[in-house]
Design a protein around this ligand. Sequence first.
Ligand code: PMP
Ligand code: GLU
Length: 397
Amino acid sequence: MSALSNRINNLAESATIKMAKLGRELAAKGVDVISLSFGEPDFHTPEYVKDAAKKAMDQNFTYYTPVSGYPDLRKAISDKLKAENNLDYDSSQIVVSTGAKQAIANAVLCLVNPGEEVIIPTPYWVSYSEVVKLAEGKSVFIDTTVEQDFKITPEQLEAAITPQSKLFMFSSPCNPTGSVYSKAELEGLAKVFEKHPEIYILSDEIYEHINFVDKHESIAQFESIKDRVIIINGFSKAFAMTGWRIGYTASNKEIAAACDKMQGQITSGTCSITQKAGVAAYEGGLESVIQMREQFRKRRDLVYSLLKDIEGITTNLPDGAFYFFPDVTAFFGKSYNGRTVKDADELSLYLLEEGHVATVGGDSFGDPKSIRISYAAAEDKLTEALRRIKDALGKLQ
Ligand code: PMP
Ligand code: GLU
């Protein structure tokens, strides 16, 4: 019998991290693997951000920090929310954490009681449902399809609400589908929440700057519900700072104080040097962010044209983030070399072993019909990877 708690035994391993690990293991054996599994920009952190970190170290910013972050960082975040999003949050409403991942965990653990329902549109980012499990909440899924660009309607939301509903969780731009909700679409959802004042809304906006359609829209802009919105954001994607571990929540003061208390018992404030790098990132303007976004747009267009050329693949044109989430059901039940592909997870493994391209199966995103392809890789790698995928899929009979 396992000595481990039910809590950990029932928790699924992060599928994104697992596939990245499998890809690395195969590469260590000398196999030329192209990894399109991990959602991580391949760019370097901008120089001016790294310089600020070096300076912080030299100036001995090497001690414990206030749990919610240094005052200058929280002020920089508050200023950013005003300047870029026209949202008023003062510094006391910002809690800086060890990545947006921790910010999400803080918020869910602070809001959800055992048995309370958390409404999550599918497909969703892999960690959402697992954090709900840790809080002993109950995930209630709203299914979407590629035909509706993976976005829910107000009617679908209304139908999912019950007296037990506590929280709604979503990302826009979305990981894994790249879908972006327009202002009108968000307003439609906000109108439903107006009728249900007991429900909180976790709005994960970490891909805010990787948006190819328009300016970013936050559901927090609707004043009637703003007090119940918890914005999640961070630096990993916009500033290519995945290893620095810095993200944050912007919320009402009660939730901010709760997140501060939660993280004060678990991790304390995130790395002091990282925080100074974060201030520099936000004060340095958006030039590097825009350059990276343009690269992502080119790659999106490239991968779209290559995917369209593969028979059996159905995809939307993602408006943001850096993922495709194509429907691959046409390949289920097909075989090659005595191996039959039954579902998307098996197809993803087949692509890794037969095509040497790492992707992630859709099951952990709550959608077993698709695989996720991250295009945060150089164009020549993407072209070769899509050639391999087409080749491997073509062998399935
Ligand atoms: N939310 C979404 C939708 C993500 O894709 C990620 C990426 N890893 C995160 C949150 C967490 O980001 P991080 O912890 O690196 O700030
Ligand atoms: N969010 C990224 C992804 O979806 C990184 C992996 C992770 O943090 O789980 O691949």
